[in-house]
Design a binder for this molecule. Structure first.
Ligand SMILES: [Zn+2]
Length: 188
């Protein structure tokens, strides 16, 4: 492995003083771990209690449900979030750089072929994209149908419309007749 850092720092990390400090800290950490209460969950590997030290603030170890509880149970700790986000960003940047290098090496006709392939092969679910295409096509057809001018009424249809109007008028008249009070007995 390549050694990193200034020579003074490398010397310091090998000095007996540094060893004493780090050994004392390691012993302190180990003592705290040993003093911590034990997780009592059933360990499937042994069939007995787990015996791992519990995580601070919980009564189980990290393997047996020592996960955040309460209103903010779904929010990961800031350290984890930040590490994951930075890794994602780094990965994206690295991928983009790699792609840019690959494109820069391509001959013009090769580049054009690549662009055409990219246009023809969109990312994502092929079935979902086909469904969206169908929906767009159908809406365009409906729109065209709505915008098409209505044909002028033919002689037959205007004749039918006149008949309907006459029948409606007749119906209204008969209804009015029925509503009128009927004359009774001798005055009929
Ligand atoms: Zn446990």
């Amino acid at each position: 492995m390549k050694k990193r850092g200034a020579p003074q720092l490398l010397a310091w990390s090998k000095s007996s003083q540094w060893r004493a400090i780090s050994s004392a800290q390691a012993k302190k950490n180990l003592a705290a771990l040993n003093a911590a209460p034990r997780c009592g969950a059933l360990a499937r590997s042994t069939g007995g209690p787990c015996r791992n030290p519990i995580k601070a603030g919980f009564n189980r170890c990290r393997l047996h449900g020592a996960t955040p509880k309460g209103a903010k149970w779904h929010i990961a700790g800031p350290a984890i979030t930040h590490v994951k986000t930075e890794r994602k960003i780094r990965d994206r940047v690295r991928a983009a750089e790699k792609k840019a290098r690959r494109l820069a090496k391509m001959a013009p006709e090769e580049l054009e072929a690549h662009r055409q392939w990219q246009r023809a092969h969109q990312p994502g679910n092929a079935a979902a994209r086909q469904r969206l295409r169908d929906e767009r096509k159908q809406s365009a057809e409906v729109r065209a149908m709505m915008e098409r001018p209505r044909p002028a009424p033919s002689a037959k249809s205007s004749e039918l419309a006149d008949q309907i109007t006459a029948l409606r008028a007749e119906l209204d008249r008969r209804r009015d007749d029925e509503q009128k009070p009927k004359p009774i007995g001798a005055f009929a």
